[in-house]
Design a protein around this ligand. Structure first.
Ligand SMILES: Nc1ncnc2c1ncn2[C@@H]1O[C@H](COP(=O)(O)OP(=O)(O)OP(=O)(O)O)[C@@H](O)[C@H]1O
Length: 361
């Protein structure tokens, strides 16, 4: 099969996008010169704290928000200068789901799903068949006649997903769609999104403030802060080798490392450490294991390791390990050990929170 031309490989291309709001005379740069390219069939996560500009940026994709600057290309077509009818057509190719579902209370589940089809020239029978087919796809065929108030949060989000798929979109934008759900329901909704990506080839753009969500289903991720993208790349790469402090913060929160560091540094008497002791954090990928590191320290270098926290994660099929430990031993020998581990892709950091005793990390 010949390769697709470059332009059509991308479902979404946002070029030099800025969105500036004017609030009582003050300019707010909600999105500030952002470039994003999202490949067809990708699940692309955008993570950032509240106010980072994530929602504003994704609303630009279907021009619910017109950018102050920049160009928006969807499926190879620049959409800003389209006439109204063309823009309506282009918008149908982009479905959206939200944190609060936005279902119509007065309509049944079926009524909600068939709503976007009312404006299409299809028979009532076909419309109902299509809505029922979509309900089956999201596992809610038994609930066609139920009203939204009788549904759980997860079921409501499934209805919203079915409704978003009614006009056969190629892109689905999920704006914090799991933020109001408990962890188990979140998992089932993310599994459904993954299935839709696999089965329908749907391109998914997913906004969240939780790295756990990104880790569960995204292939690529962009980290947003104050209207800018500060880091981006494949999830496995960003997770294992975060560059920006904010990215590191998201990663350490989602792996429970942040909690563990706070708990340990607030309960352990670091001031009372001997000169040959350090509190250290290790992060390792792939072949290195916690056991391997500990035995290398203790057998090869005769340095003692007292593990206070350890966790292992699977990201894109790779093992990623995290360990916090008190290390006791001769400083020179200790530095040799750290140098060797570094050569093997293990990252080390001192957590003492004060001047170290000369350990080179
Ligand atoms: N229509 C608007 N008018 C004025 N300011 C706005 C408007 N929409 C968003 N903003 C401001 O733009 C900034 C970015 O908001 P945005 O909603 O895009 O952030 P976010 O990262 O999605 O955060 P959240 O998850 O809280 O929505 C915020 O300071 C917000 O107050």
């Amino acid at each position: 099969m010949s390769e697709m031309p470059e332009a059509t490989q991308n479902a979404i291309e946002l070029k030099d996008i800025s969105v500036t709001f004017k609030n009582s005379g003050q300019e707010l740069h909600a999105v500030d010169h952002v470039d994003v390219q999202i490949k067809r069939g990708d699940i692309y996560g955008i993570i950032g704290y509240s106010g980072a500009g994530k929602s504003t940026l994704v609303r630009v994709i279907n021009l619910l928000q017109r950018p102050t600057e920049g160009t928006v290309t969807v499926n190879g077509e620049e959409i800003q200068n389209l006439p109204a009818a063309g823009l309506r057509q282009a918008r149908k190719k982009v479905g959206m789901i939200f944190q609060h579902f936005n279902l119509m209370k007065s309509r049944t589940v079926l009524g909600n799903v068939e709503y976007p089809l009312l404006s299409q020239k299809i028979s009532k029978r076909d419309r109902i068949d299509r809505a029922q087919e979509l309900l089956k796809l999201v596992g809610l065929e038994e609930y066609a006649d139920t009203y939204p108030s009788k549904l759980s949060g997860g079921q409501k989000q499934r209805v919203a997903i079915a409704r978003a798929l009614a006009s056969n979109p190629e892109i689905l934008i999920s704006d914090e769609a799991t933020s109001a759900l408990d962890p188990k329901t979140t998992k089932s909704i993310l599994e459904l999104l993954k299935k839709l990506n696999d089965d329908l080839g749907l391109t998914i753009v997913l906004i969240t403030h939780e790295m756990q969500v990104i880790k569960s289903i995204c292939h690529n991720v962009a980290v947003m802060d104050a209207g800018r993208i500060i880091e981006r790349g494949p999830v496995a790469k960003v997770f294992t080798d975060p560059q920006a402090p904010l990215t590191n913060d998201f990663v350490e929160t989602s792996t429970n490392v942040k909690d563990a560091i706070e708990r340990i540094t607030s309960t352990i008497d670091i001031e009372g450490f001997n000169d040959d002791q350090e509190l250290m954090y290790f992060n390792f990928i792939g072949n290195s294991t916690q056991q391997g590191i500990v035995s290398q320290f203790s057998q090869q270098y005769k340095v003692d390791v007292n593990i206070l926290f350890a966790n292992i994660d699977q990201i894109d099929g790779q093992n990623v390990g995290y360990m916090i430990a008190v290390i006791t031993g001769n400083l020179e020998v200790f530095n040799d050990a750290i140098r060797q581990l570094k050569g093997e892709g293990v990252k080390a950091r001192i957590l003492n929170g004060k001047a170290t005793k000369g350990v080179e990390v």
